[in-house]
Design a protein around this ligand. Structure first.
Ligand code: HEM
Length: 517
């Protein structure tokens, strides 16, 4: 790269010929002057000068990568190059990431942990690099277009991220192996959490759900209860990123009250005739397969079955639902009108669907907890970074006690949730699967409420810390603004907070038999 002296740069100091220096890199911004979203004059004030401080004051790091670097023409000669943007710099010991306090879980910042081994750190480092390069820089653009390109889903499939989202997948169905070359026999639920956690660093629930929101809840029932033929038809194409699957439970008049669902599958001898509507179905817009809860028997939970419907079956229609957030996740309204479904597409046994759905819920809710906990942490991380650079009343924001108080309350809730999550996950790892529904449904329900309320709290406080920047899309407040709009997508689906808190205590009451009151 061409080198320049400070004196040479200083000569390019007007609107016909304007260079600036940021982090010892020289930029020719002459043609960019009239395009600069912050204005022309503000750039001309630093024409021919070092504008590093001003640049970092007004932009997030991604602007340099996406908009800044194409304007670079050289470096300041002899100048010691500054360290690269602090991404994934910590690679020794257990350290991962840029070491912003509380910006990563404590074990990544060298706290001892009983839960993680070397394969977990290997996975984290591998995904950190992938996410920082392939996902993070484009996240805002995809979110605004409300579309995650198929090529990105494919890229994620090829490094094993889709297979990693579905619990334990039999090895013969995993098309590209698991991320970081980890063997299926060594894979555990902490690996699964790390995958979600690393993608969630982008601060976009829409990205997470657009990649794997339908897959991670729609495929497991087929894998756990479906016939070999159904598993073979669906699993590899979906884990390869070539086909999409979603889970259809919620209806216009049945949400958390699953037993009240109305979609009907009428027994016609050799096939079912399915009629009904499903609402708020993640990834339904592009789905090729639909794991659908239908009524095959009488009222209530004993009359529900799971069927696999296919896009190619006449009578299946999907339309996009315009939502408050989670852009790109393909949330859809689905109608089934006289859809003929072969009996061989029944998942498991007839009228057993409710228990399959309930078992699936533990996995789904844990997934929501993984996401909400990291998204809350993103709010903490973004706030700490911003509070350390924003000047108000002659001081950095972080020097204001009211801001430190806000951060303290955010951090204590995130760390408490993380610890509860890890200890719950350890039960998932160690308890026999048959014991888990009874032992863990209640705690996981309470943990879900804890995680989503923590997320809501942190999104609100981060928005206050960012002020007006959290009210505009893009720019420095990009993640916080998006996350503030995504909170409801965590607090309501998979069992609303109200239902979760009630379920947790009802389950606890059942255990009272063994307790001395
Ligand atoms: C290579 C140099 C630069 C590039 C590529 C660049 C690019 C951008 C972009 C893409 C935005 C809109 C996105 C955002 O809101 O973050 C922006 C906004 C802005 N820029 Fe720059 N910029 C550069 C240098 C500077 C410098 C040196 C200053 C100050 C002296 C400056 C001041 C601003 C301001 C005040 C805004 C508006 C921020 C806001 O909306 O809060 N920029 N710039």
């Amino acid at each position: 790269m061409q080198t320049y002296t400070v004196e040479q740069v200083a000569a390019h100091n007007n609107d016909k010929d304007c260079w600036i220096v940021v982090d010892n890199k020289v930029f020719d911004v002459t043609k960019f002057l009239s395009e600069h979203p912050g204005g022309k004059k503000i750039l001309l004030k630093v024409a021919g000068k070092d504008a590093t401080k001003q640049f970092h004051q007004f932009h997030n790091a991604q602007i340099m990568e996406s908009v800044g670097l194409p304007l670079q023409i050289g470096v300041i000669g002899g100048a010691e190059q500054p360290k690269a943007a602090p991404k994934a710099v910590a690679q020794e010991g257990n350290k991962v990431g840029d070491l912003i306090p509380y910006g990563d879980p404590a074990d990544c910042q060298d706290w001892n942990s009983p839960y993680y081994n070397e394969s977990h750190y290997k996975l984290r480092r591998f995904l950190r690099a992938f996410v920082d390069k392939e996902l993070m820089p484009h996240c805002h653009e995809w979110s605004e277009k409300k579309d995650i390109p198929r090529s990105v889903v494919k890229k994620c499939a090829e490094i094993g991220l889709l297979a990693a989202a579905c619990g334990h997948v039999p090895e013969e169905y995993i098309p590209y192996g698991l991320p970081a070359g980890i063997k299926a026999k060594d894979w555990d639920c902490f690996h699964e959490m790390i995958c979600v956690d690393e993608i969630a660093r982008c601060g976009s629930g829409g990205l997470l759900w657009g990649l794997q929101g339908g897959l991670s809840i729609g495929l497991p029932p087929v894998l756990l209860f479906g016939s070999k033929e159904l598993q073979e038809k669906v699993t590899r194409p979906c884990l390869s990123g070539d086909k999409f699957i979603c889970l259809g439970i919620t209806e216009p008049s049945a949400g958390s009250d699953v037993a009240g669902l109305k979609t009907e599958a009428k027994d016609m001898g050799d096939h079912y005739l399915v009629n009904g509507e499903k609402k708020w179905i993640t990834q339904g817009l592009d789905a090729d397969f639909f794991t659908v809860a239908c009524r095959t028997g009488g009222n209530g939970m004993g009359g529900v079955s799971l069927l696999l419907l296919e896009r190619t079956m006449p009578g299946v229609t999907t339309r996009r639902m315009d939502c408050m957030g989670m852009f790109g996740s393909g949330t859809s309204y689905i109608t089934f009108e006289d859809v003929k479904v072969p009996k061989s597409n029944l998942i498991g046994k007839e009228n057993q669907g409710f228990s399959y759905i309930m078992q699936n819920f533990n996995h789904e809710r844990l997934g929501i907890v993984f996401q909400a906990t990291r998204l809350a942490r993103v709010c903490v991380e973004e706030s700490i970074k911003y509070a350390n650079k924003r000047m108000v009343f002659g001081k950095k924001l972080i020097d204001q006690p009211v801001i430190r108080n806000k951060l303290g309350h955010m951090v204590r809730q995130v760390e408490a949730t993380q610890s509860w999550l890890e200890s719950t996950l350890y039960q998932v790892k160690t308890l026999p699967p048959s014991a888990q529904p009874k032992a863990l449904a209640g705690p996981i329900a309470l943990l879900k409420a804890q995680a989503t309320q923590t997320f809501e709290y942190c999104a609100r406080e981060a928005a206050q810390i960012f002020g007006g920047l959290s009210y505009t899309r893009g720019g420095q407040g990009e993640k916080v603004e998006r996350l503030y709009r995504e909170v409801r997508a965590y607090a309501i689906p998979g069992g609303s907070e109200e239902i979760m808190l009630d379920l947790g205590i009802r389950q606890a009451q059942r255990g009272l038999g063994n307790a001395k009151l």
